[in-house]
Design a protein around this ligand. Structure first.
Ligand SMILES: [Zn+2]
Length: 351
């Protein structure tokens, strides 16, 4: 008995160390054809067997390891590579569902906003688990929702930028050059751009000259729009995906602000439709809905609203720029049902 108590204590300790609190239990990931392994004692409410977790910056290698484990457990997930970064890291696309109508969720256009990758990977695991088991996800039936819809996740658009933040610049082949792009600073905690100092959320073609004029004239840690639109492979990959898949809606995750942006010069019924969805998601998450366009141009939102005319939400996660992990449980709680709400909203034939 004493051994069991110590064992459970250690498990709880490990869980507390490894997982932010308040995340709904997934229990044991189901084994796929593998021989039964020796079971360790489990309390039903402990979640330490969940795959997606982090104790620090959610970096590229951690994401790949989790993608591999998720693919091993959930045959319902399709994992593809849709592009390659400047430093030859893969840009992954994870699909769940069988529907012809597709929704794209992406994260980490900006390197220092890696918390959005962690959020989307957590979402992938929870939705895959509930799809696999058929258990209800709160009031939603994931299998039913994903019979007509497919959720498409690109959890890390800018893996090089995330690695620059995670390694504090040491991931770069040319550290001194990176320090120069970083304004001489040796802390890379605020790095947003890709590996060659282009801000991927200033690279899209719609009103790109405004982004060029607004930002710095040369590569930098943030806001440099590039020499032309669509020069960077990460942005080319996302734009190609939009062209190929013709998504029904697009959610692009950033941090920080606890805000939602949806507006880019829509008018009439088109504006009413997009505003209605933004407010529905705002009520669910508690995030403030902002009507402002931001006015800079060259953003993914600007381009997708203009070129594809689909409802597009910029989701700005959290408040605190410095310590995002302690905020994660709250972020997850606010965002976990968002894809269910978006599918339900689209499916009810709203204008
Ligand atoms: Zn951002």
């Amino acid at each position: 008995m004493a051994v069991l108590v110590v064992y459970l204590y250690l498990d709880v300790w490990f869980y507390v160390q490894a997982q932010p609190p308040m995340i709904q239990s997934l229990g044991d990931p189901p084994a796929k054809g593998a021989p039964e392994q020796t079971k360790i004692p489990l309390y039903p409410n402990l979640r330490f067997k969940s795959i997606v977790r982090t104790k620090g910056i959610y970096d590229y290698e951690t994401m790949i390891s989790h993608l591999q484990q998720l693919a091993d457990h959930y045959e319902q997930l399709t994992i593809d590579i849709v592009g390659e970064s400047i430093e030859k890291r893969a840009i992954y696309l994870v699909k769940l569902g069988h529907g012809s109508k597709k929704i794209l969720l992406d994260g980490a256009h900006h390197g220092n906003e890696w918390i959005s990758s962690f959020l989307l990977m957590t979402m992938v695991e929870h939705y895959a688990y509930h799809y696999h088991t058929g258990q209800p996800f709160y009031e939603y039936d994931i299998r039913a929702l994903l019979s007509d819809y497919t959720l498409c996740f690109v959890p890390m658009v800018n893996p090089d930028g995330v690695e620059i933040v995670a390694s504090n610049g040491r991931s770069s082949r040319d550290y001194d050059k990176l320090v120069a792009l970083n304004g001489g600073k040796r802390s890379f905690a605020g790095w947003k751009a890709n590996a060659r100092g282009v801000d991927l959320n200033r690279q899209y073609p719609t009103n790109w000259p405004l982004a060029r004029d607004y930002g710095p004239a040369t590569p930098a840690m943030a806001n440099y729009a590039g020499s032309q639109p669509l020069t960077e492979p990460e942005v080319i990959a996302i734009d190609r995906l939009h062209q190929q898949e013709q998504f029904a809606a697009y959610l692009t995750y950033h941090s920080v602000g606890n805000m939602i942006f949806y507006y880019y010069y829509q008018t009439g019924d088109w504006l009413e439709r997009d505003r209605a969805l933004a407010y529905a998601v705002g009520r669910l998450t508690g995030y403030e809905v902002r009507h402002s366009s931001g006015g800079i141009g060259g953003m993914a939102r600007d381009h997708v609203v203009t070129a594809y005319q689909i409802p597009t939400l910029i989701m700005e996660l959290g408040i605190n720029k410095q310590r995002p992990l302690p905020e994660f449980a709250g972020m997850w709680e606010r965002n976990r049902k968002v894809p269910c709400l978006v599918i339900t909203w689209l499916d009810q034939g709203k204008p």
